[in-house]
Design a protein around this ligand. Structure first.
Ligand SMILES: Cc1ncc(COP(=O)(O)O)c(C=O)c1O
Ligand SMILES: N[C@H](C=O)CCC(=O)O
Length: 426
């Protein structure tokens, strides 16, 4: 057995499924997860010493590469001043002001310790603000594991066959209305019938938890319109897309302004962080100003704020996103050519530094139903072929992939050359 296999067996005795987050267990693709010993730039090294070119990037946060020297130095310097105070700091003001400057739809923001907390808190706030109970989400959309949001959810919830988790009371789940992503007609119909009961729509503006699916023209605009007409709150869950598809997130790319935005991943520079923010008149309903309660012992943690602020410095530099986007495009064009040469039905989709790989005869994928029709077995064989040769892709056909600016031309070329071999072997 390899060291990773041995560790996995050991882990299963004391950690449910051997992992602290289900997708890591590789159940969707089969085999055993690689236990990671260290990471630097575009690479991770597993417990057996294998170097892996990484296109997961801790599920998004590592947009500038692993262990970026500036982030590491900032964290080391901050740590000697204390790890947590449970009292306000100037760093938190700097972080809030930076977020508000980057995303003009955000007038006030509150930090949390995870994306899940951010989305849970955002929907509670929307319910408290509107006095309504129902929320709209989209099938295959994943917004963390808050009860109201674990209904027909994406990501690991989808691949483990339990998109609607046991443990979520039916009485609560009934308030979650789940519609089809990219289906504007259905959204209009539901709002025409029940708009007065709906507190909010929560949407991944680019869907990244059922592979990578950009919004169709007019879809996000329709969400904005029905919310304006009904008084519902429009929540863009940009935990994944924020600072990933562009500095200002999907709302910058598509020019649609949400009422509330949820953030996470990149904003923590690799530390556990989330945030939610938006219109001042809504945010002022939060405790201690307003009656909607929300709190966190480690919220605004000084080390996390330091890492996140350094990350914001790095990604705000000239051409960061032009470079990230062109690297991603280069990779995907290379993969497409390699698949074409092998005669395989395969397409890719991309928004900024985020991408999707689909084994399909379709020319594009716009819906959850289409994703489920893709050749998942072929993806799984591709995944293992790449992994065996040193390329680490997301271990599921229902996850997006991520490029970082630490990926060099040589890394991308190496990945494409490996993919040529693997496609030919499928
Ligand atoms: C779009 C989206 N929202 C929310 C979350 C939840 O974030 P976290 O895993 O930090 O709780 C995730 C990722 O897991 C996500 O991709
Ligand atoms: N798709 C999820 C995050 O975006 C995967 C991360 C996890 O659940 O561990």
């Amino acid at each position: 057995m390899t060291r990773s296999e041995t560790l996995f067996e050991q882990a299963k005795h004391s950690i449910p499924g051997g992992v602290n987050s289900p997708v890591r267990a590789f159940r969707s693709v089969g085999g055993f997860p690689r236990f990671i010993a260290r990471a630097q730039g575009a690479y991770m090294w597993d417990a057996d010493g294998n170097r892996l070119i990484d296109y997961v990037g801790s599920w998004g946060p590592m947009v500038a590469g692993h262990a970026h020297p500036e982030v590491v130095a900032a964290v080391q310097a901050a740590a000697v001043d204390g790890l947590s105070y449970g009292a306000p700091t100037e760093l938190e003001i700097t972080m809030a002001e930076r977020i508000c400057a980057i995303m003009p739809s955000i007038e006030m923001v509150r930090m949390t310790s995870s994306g899940t907390e951010a989305t849970m808190s955002a929907i509670r706030l929307a319910r408290g603000f509107t006095g309504r109970n129902f929320l709209v989400k989209f099938e295959g959309g994943y917004h963390g594991h808050g009860d109201s949001l674990l209904v027909k959810a994406g990501s690991g919830a989808l691949t483990f066959g339990q998109p609607s988790s046991p443990g979520v009371p039916a009485e609560l789940a009934q308030y979650t209305l789940t519609l089809d992503y990219n289906n504007s007609t259905q959204v209009r119909e539901v709002f025409a019938a029940r708009g007065h009961e709906i507190a909010c729509i929560i949407v991944e503006p680019v869907s990244g938890n059922m592979n990578c699916i950009p919004p169709l023209d007019g879809f996000l605009e329709t969400l904005r319109e029905v919310c304006d007409q009904s008084g519902a709150v429009l929540i863009f869950d940009e935990v994944m897309t924020g600072f990933r598809v562009a500095l200002g997130g999907a709302q910058q790319v598509y020019g649609v302004k949400p009422d509330i935005t949820t953030l996470g991943k990149i904003i923590g520079g690799g530390m556990p962080v989330g945030a939610f923010g938006g219109r001042r008149d809504i945010m002022e309903h939060l405790s201690p100003l307003g009656a909607v309660y929300q709190a966190g012992t480690l919220s605004g943690n000084p080390i996390a704020m330091t890492a996140g602020l350094k990350m914001l410095d790095i990604i705000a530099r000239d051409d960061f996103y032009a470079e990230l986007t062109s690297k991603t495009t280069y990779l995907l064009e290379g993969l497409q050519q390699a698949a074409d040469a092998a005669g395989l039905p395969f397409i890719t989709q991309q928004v900024g530094g985020m991408f999707g790989l689909f084994f399909t005869t379709e020319s594009r994928i716009d819906t959850y139903a289409q994703v489920t029709q893709c050749n998942i077995q072929q993806f799984n064989r591709f995944f293992h072929g790449m992994l065996d040769r040193g390329v680490y892709l997301a271990p599921s056909a229902y996850e997006a992939g991520f490029v970082s600016n630490a990926h060099t031309q040589a890394d991308l070329d190496e990945t494409i050359a490996i993919a040529k071999d693997v496609f030919a072997s499928l």
